[in-house]
Design a protein. Structure first.
Length: 198
């Protein structure tokens, strides 16, 4: 049991090392020795836990779970759908160019064009984000807080698409987090009649 726990701890440390290595070199430039250097072990020791490609997929999957769970848990804390919408928007925008979790997700995004496994992971991420928004919009409409301009599913998908588009701007340093949040608040006002900035 202790051995399995130790192995799980090492795998988690390696995932963190993969994130840092991808942040430093980009997904296409990262090498096994970069991960080993970040983890403070030898490349041979890294291979004990899988090849570089397997470690990247595992880290991508864990990043999706962390990103999604954090947003779901944050929205769940608030009973009022207006607060849920505000914190959902806030939680979904990268903190800046050095947001390693969000960068990991976006570094892996181009793989989805030619890799079915990566595409399936990305689809799962997108659907989870849409589901959070959809639940909030339906709840807000049923309680009379939101006057939706389209079907909830369409609006939820639009929120996620806007986030994805703006996210790259934040990661590249072309827009600030606050600018993107303002843009999403603007869309929320037109889509729901509610202003999350108030």
């Amino acid at each position: 049991m202790a051995r399995k726990a130790s192995r799980d701890v090492r795998r988690a440390e390696l995932s963190d090392a993969v994130e840092r290595a991808v942040f430093a070199r980009g997904l296409e430039g990262v090498r096994l020795r970069d991960v080993a250097e970040q983890a403070g072990i030898t490349p041979a020791a890294v291979l004990y836990y899988g090849d570089l490609d397997a470690l990247i997929y595992e880290t991508y999957q864990k990043a999706i779970e962390r990103y999604s769970q954090l947003r779901e848990d944050t929205a769940e804390k608030f009973p009022d759908p207006r607060e849920k919408l505000r914190v959902c928007i806030d939680q979904g925008v990268a903190t800046g160019p050095d947001d390693t979790l969000t960068r990991m997700l976006f570094e892996c995004w181009p793989r989805c064009l030619r890799d079915a496994r990566a595409a399936a992971l990305d689809s799962a991420l997108t659907e989870r984000q849409i589901a959070v928004y959809h639940g909030i919009l339906v709840l807000g409409q049923s309680q009379g807080h939101f006057e939706l301009t389209e079907k909830p599913r369409m609006l939820a998908a639009n929120f996620v698409a806007m986030e994805d588009g703006y996210q790259m701007e934040v990661l590249a340093g072309r827009r600030t987090r606050n600018e993107v949040i303002d843009a999403l608040h603007s869309y929320a006002r037109s889509a729901t009649g509610y202003d999350p900035a108030t």
